[in-house]
Design a binder for this molecule. Structure first.
Ligand code: UDP
Ligand code: MG
Length: 307
């Protein structure tokens, strides 16, 4: 059993695999850490998996698998966790945006007794304005909802074997790794790092996929939006009773409003709120539906260690 497993989710990263392997294996060898590298190709359509295989043939410390299609980074991380055998496991991006030297810091913290070492971004690196705007909104909502500071957190973490086993045991299919590592608890230590420039290639996230990711993560972690719907409903009932009484009194006294504006505004506001509420409920229903189907998180089509 190696001391350290490093999980590298890789989606269309043909340019990065070999470079990342070279950098990590050099760094860990120099520091006498017994390691294994696990590349999970997330249904890549380029040479990513072939490149992983080439390295795995040369170096037994490298393993990898390929998904049957793109299942997303979350699935790739969990596949890596399931494959990992190390006493500690690091999850990091394979584009070297998570600086490899920080692994050593994390490893030291783990040696000193930490069970989860969270990589915290001290700066977010270069991002487009729209990206920053969307992620900004997303993280403020998440921070408010799950009461954990999500803004600076990332998927760059070190987990003790116990934590990996606990995470892999979780039955839910639609996971949010970043927050789940808070949720499972354990002795947690933070390590700060600067987000680097991507080594090669470009980011795999579009603004659209980020918004979808955000909604899926909010609904996977909290039912607060559902409760907000009930609260808004109650506020409106109170409002309706007040307005109803006032309207009746005016009607009886013979000086009822004949304004259409009020009616139209009320219809629009209430109609809008009902539709939003239905949407929120629908989102949760969809999640229940997805989880109940019980489909696996991912499907592995090839593995370097089973040929
Ligand atoms: N990734 C993945 N599946 C996806 C999208 C991304 O496994 O569907 C991997 C990607 O190969 C990289 C990491 O997740 O190692 C982070 O992705 P990226 O660098 O595109 O995101 P960013 O750093 O821009 O947030
Ligand atoms: Mg990246």
């Amino acid at each position: 059993m190696p001391q350290l497993s490093v999980i590298l989710p890789s989606y269309n990263e043909e340019q990065n695999i070999e470079n990342t392997y070279n950098v990590l294996s050099k760094l860990l060898t120099e520091n006498n850490i017994d390691f294994e590298l696990i590349f999970v190709s997330d249904g890549s359509r380029d040479e990513t998996y072939n490149n992983i295989c080439k390295i795995a043939e040369k170096d037994v410390r490298v393993r990898g698998c390929e998904f049957s299609r793109n299942f997303g980074k979350e699935a790739a991380i969990f596949a890596g966790l399931e494959l990992s055998r190390g006493k500690a496991t690091v999850v990091m991006d394979c584009d070297l945006q998570h600086p490899p030297a920080v692994i050593l810091e994390m490893y030291d913290e783990w040696k000193k007794g930490a069970e989860v070492v969270e990589g915290i971004k001290s700066s977010r690196g270069k991002e487009s304005a729209i990206h920053r705007f969307v992620t900004g909104i997303f993280y403020s909502i998440m921070t408010g909802l799950i009461k954990m500071d999500m803004k600076a957190s990332s998927d760059f973490k070190l987990l003790d074997r116990k934590v990996v086993d606990a995470l892999v045991e979780l039955p839910e299919k639609d996971t949010f790794f970043r927050a789940l590592s808070f949720w499972v608890g354990f002795k947690t230590v933070k390590v700060y790092y600067e987000v680097q420039e991507r080594a090669f290639g470009e980011s795999k996230w579009s603004t659209g996929s980020l918004i979808r990711y955000a909604i899926s993560n909010v609904t996977s972690f909290t039912t607060l939006p559902l409760k907000i719907v009930s609260v808004i409903g109650m506020v409106f009932v109170v409002f309706a009773i007040g307005l109803g009484i006032q309207t009746l009194v005016r009607f009886i006294m013979g000086n009822a409003f004949d304004g259409f504006t009020t009616v139209i505004l009320l219809l629009l506001i209430i109609g809008g709120l009902i539709l939003i509420s239905l949407g929120i409920i629908g989102n949760y229903l969809a999640r229940v539906y997805e989880e109940v189907k019980g489909r696996p998180r991912y499907i592995i089509s090839n593995r370097t260690d089973e040929k």
